[in-house]
Design a protein around this ligand. Structure first.
Ligand code: SAM
Length: 296
């Protein structure tokens, strides 16, 4: 009998009606399926009825168990399992060499990091993931609500985000202390060889946007002006807000996803202009702040 390990965030989903609803939610023309943390394989079993599955699992004991349970599917090359920490795999690039959909009941202690990695992986086309309800709300939050943070802006920049349904603790063994939700993110922007034709042209620009968001939401209760002027010339920010009829007192969660794109692009253009005009050596302390952040 395999005992659930707390350190790996193991809460096994036992409710067959929830498993059924997850399968029903999957894209009709799904790509290759990747599951992170197959655990005891209950969800895997259902996924295999739809498509071949590639799974990533960190727990050696579970891997031995799964190899035995799915020996037939492994022989038929419909199931393969990679041993190790999935975050290390993401650091070496994509989890796959072809387009894929991610379906998983994620280990909650690293769920946000996994979602962010999958969002930035051009080969991942959609995510259907079970996570803690509070975290799901953060990704799906609407502008002007207190849950609307950089996570929502980033996720909603890359895809269409929705919470499909909630799952009670009783559906798991052992039961978690929190309610869970199934979150769906369907990518809308096309990635082309590491580039995608959306708001940004390259993944490097996406990294810059993430830095912009980190600075914008540094102190969420303070004004966007106060947060961002640690990073960019205050006078220019005043001009920008004035030009787009945005109040100086606006807070980062009151700016829509589109407004964040607009402001980011203006700041980026301003930076290009400065470099072209003065060369790479920027003179004032404030200017140095901008270049240093962007080059990091
Ligand atoms: N999919 C199963 C289910 O629905 O019952 C198990 C889900 S359980 C919440 C999370 C799974 O992720 C466990 O199997 C755990 O061992 C695995 N896991 C935890 N950390 C991991 C990591 N860093 N890389 C890969 N798998 C991990």
């Amino acid at each position: 009998m395999l005992k659930a390990k707390k350190r790996f965030g193991q809460n096994f989903l036992k409710d067959t009606s929830v498993l059924h609803k997850i399968i029903q939610s999957m894209p009709v023309n799904s790509n290759k399926l990747i599951e992170i943390g197959p655990g005891l394989g209950d969800l895997t079993q259902r996924l295999l009825e739809v498509k071949p599955v590639l799974a990533y699992e960190v727990d050696k004991n579970l891997i031995t168990f799964l190899k035995d349970k799915f020996s037939k599917e492994i022989n038929e090359e419909r199931f393969s399992i990679v041993e190790g920490d999935v975050l290390e795999k993401f650091q070496n690039g994509s989890l796959s060499d072809e387009l894929y959909d991610l379906v998983a009941n994620l280990p909650y202690y690293i769920a946000t990091t996994i979602i962010l990695e999958a969002l930035k992986d051009p080969l991942c086309k959609s995510l259907i993931v079970m996570i803690q309800k509070e975290v799901a709300i953060k990704f799906a939050a609407s502008c002007k609500t207190k849950e609307f943070t950089s996570l929502a802006v980033l996720a909603q920049t890359i895809g269409k985000v929705s919470i499909l349904f909630d799952v009670k603790p009783e559906s798991f063994e052992p039961q978690p202390k929190v309610t869970s939700s199934v979150l769906m993110i369907k990518k809308e922007k096309e990635f082309i060889k590491g580039k995608f034709s959306g708001v940004f042209e390259t993944n490097k620009e996406l990294d810059m946007f993430e830095k912009y968001l980190r600075n914008s939401f540094k102190a969420p209760r303070k004004t966007w002006l106060k947060n961002i002027s640690q990073w960019v010339d205050k006078e220019y920010i005043h001009q920008l807000l004035d030009k787009y009829n945005l109040p100086l007192t606006i807070r980062p969660h009151e700016l829509s996803v589109d407004s964040h794109h607009l402001l980011f692009n203006k700041l980026r253009i301003k930076e290009t202009w400065k470099r072209r005009k003065r060369g790479k050596c920027l003179k004032t302390t404030k200017d140095k702040k901008i270049t240093m952040e962007i080059k990091k």
